[in-house]
Design a protein around this ligand. Structure first.
Ligand SMILES: [Fe+2]
Length: 562
């Protein structure tokens, strides 16, 4: 059975699940080049189908990760008659766009190539948080009963939900609405610090370890809802919020951010960030642990944008009350297309096994011939190198900054060795060099390491398999000075452990770099400049290469140097 997931909203995306396996998944921002693009995922749908040699006629069901009507589907899928989606009532769409979608015979403008589905193809809506829950549950190899927790800003009127995952099924235990949104609270603090809602939260998290929560203790008390023992004990009225479309991406503002800004100015940015992080961790624990007890399980699966917070994930893990913790790595809304598609697939095929995810390489790839053509077209010198791993390892050992473009683009916000910028982590100043010369971003922001899976116990306290950079770990004392460029202010690392069978070329590179430098670990940051999506096509890689201080670009077997 072939299920196409389509998410339209913040981080629009499309995904394809075939016989229980995710075979394609990409966010539309990677094609439109607008971060968090929120329009129709036309290029993503087209890519998902093409990558598997399919057309829309081959699709058995379309999964939509919202309970709400999506009038855009009328012309995206050419829906007619009883299947027609109702009028847009949500204020999400701008007035003139609403008019376009709500016409009685809504039909795609002539210049949009839409995807008319056949009459036997089902269109199934999956509630927002259920789609998040499905992304976590149907990618978790653990088959015993588990608690699934989904938390985000809001989706379909829900901000936090708890689910029981058992025998291949997901069952709702409890859900909490907008007056309980810990996600909105954290985003409001982010806005007060000067960063965007639904984008800058990672910066707040990165800033927090530089502050001292006790110096701002209690100053945010009137801005967040409170949980105790799995229940809400104090709801919070978030007041007015505003949203608008900025260059194709939805943006938000809450009046409360202005009030929090006053607190930030009084008590200091770092300290308020630290206090917000403390509250996020405290409140999430109040919600999660008692439900685990109630359910009698120590297995936990998580999804929803809140679980992109690696420090929170570390805290949950370190307290030792969880035996197995699985976080769907594309935890934000760009992971909804996958979640909805998986849910629909397993509803129809409950006996099919659930497959663990080994990598997130579900995006576009380009052959050496295509790369060579792209270079020649631009009159760029093509130098082909056969042993590309040893070439890159040598450059990196000489302190060079190398962009590494290989195979299928990763799904989700992290680069995992296919669209990565790499540098030795052996010198503390490399972090500042890469922030200043390549990423053009704030100096406090930490970088993640990729390391050989076999060596993880050298770099991580209390290690476990961590393939996707979704949890931070404390770095043992002896290694802190060996790889200082990736050790954060609180002595933690946010690692990707690389298994040879999951990404042989990247594994070889790490090993060869280890032979030359003594540390089989590299600083790995996503291949983009701050504010832009990760590069998809070689042309974007080339553009990015010449727009910053990178030393070398490795595209497949081809090399460009400055
Ligand atoms: Fe969400």
């Amino acid at each position: 059975m072939k299920v196409l997931g389509i998410h339209i909203g913040h981080d629009s995306s499309a995904a394809l699940v075939v016989d229980g396996r995710i075979v394609a998944d990409v966010a539309e921002e990677r094609f439109t080049r607008t971060k968090h693009y929120s329009g129709l995922p036309l290029a993503s749908i087209s890519y998902c189908l093409k990558s598997q040699g399919l057309t829309i006629n081959d699709i058995d069901a379309v999964a939509i990760p919202t309970a709400a009507s999506e009038p855009e589907l009328n012309f995206l899928l050419d829906l007619k008659g009883a299947r027609k989606e109702k009028k847009a009532t949500a204020g999400r769409l701008l007035e003139n766009v609403k008019e376009l979608f709500n016409r009685p015979a809504a039909k795609a403008p002539l210049y949009i190539k839409n995807f008319p589905i056949k009459s036997s193809t089902e269109v199934i809506h999956v509630e927002h948080h259920l789609a998040h829950a499905a992304s976590a549950y149907y990618t978790n190899p653990v088959r015993e009963k588990q608690l699934i927790v989904t938390m985000d800003g809001i989706g379909d009127g829900v901000s936090n939900a708890l689910w029981r995952g058992e025998n291949g099924k997901i069952e709702l235990l409890e859900r909490f609405g907008r007056s309980t949104s810990i996600g909105w609270f954290y985003s409001n603090v982010t806005e007060a610090l000067g960063w965007w809602h639904g984008d800058g939260e990672g910066k707040t998290m990165g800033l927090a370890p530089y502050g001292d929560a006790s110096k701002a203790h209690g100053v945010l008390d009137k801005f967040y809802p409170k949980f105790a023992k799995g229940r809400v004990v104090q709801e919070h009225e978030f007041g007015r919020n505003y949203f608008w479309n900025e260059s194709g991406a939805l943006q938000w503002h809450f009046d409360e951010a202005d009030e929090i800004k006053v607190v930030v100015d009084k008590y200091g940015r770092e300290h308020v960030a630290a206090e917000a992080q403390r509250i996020l961790e405290e409140q999430t624990q109040e919600l999660v642990y008692s439900w685990m007890e109630k359910e009698g399980t120590r297995n936990l699966s998580c999804a929803g944008g809140i679980f992109l917070n690696v420090k929170l994930n570390q805290r949950i893990w370190e307290l030792g009350r969880v035996t197995r913790q699985h976080i769907y790595p594309n935890a934000g809304d760009s992971g909804l297309a996958v979640g909805a598609a998986l849910h629909v697939f397993y509803q129809h095929n409950p006996k099919v096994p659930i497959y663990p995810i080994e990598d997130l390489s579900w995006g576009p790839e380009y052959s050496d011939a295509e790369i060579e053509a792209a270079l020649k077209l631009r009159n760029l010198p093509c130098r082909r190198v056969e042993n590309i791993e040893s070439y890159a390892a040598e450059q990196l050992a000489r302190g060079k900054i190398v962009a590494w473009f290989q195979g299928r683009m990763e799904s989700g916000p992290r680069a995992l060795g296919n669209r990565s910028i790499l540098m030795s982590a052996n010198s503390a100043e490399n972090k500042d060099i890469i922030n200043a010369r390549v990423k053009f971003r704030e100096s406090f922001r930490p970088f993640c390491p990729s390391m050989l899976w076999e060596k993880r116990a050298d770099y991580l306290e209390n290690p476990r398999d961590e393939f996707f950079m979704v949890t931070s770990f404390t770095c043992p004392e002896p290694k802190r000075t060996k790889v200082p460029a990736v050790v954060h202010a609180d002595n933690t690392l946010r690692p990707q452990t690389v298994k040879k069978e999951f990404n042989p070329r990247f594994w070889n590179l790490l090993q060869q770099f280890g032979n030359l430098s003594g540390e089989p670990l590299l600083l790995n940051t996503s291949f983009n400049i701050m504010g832009e999506p990760i590069v998809t096509h070689p042309r974007e890689a080339i553009r990015c290469f010449y727009d910053n201080g990178l030393d070398a670009l490795v595209l497949g077997h081809f090399v460009l140097e400055k």
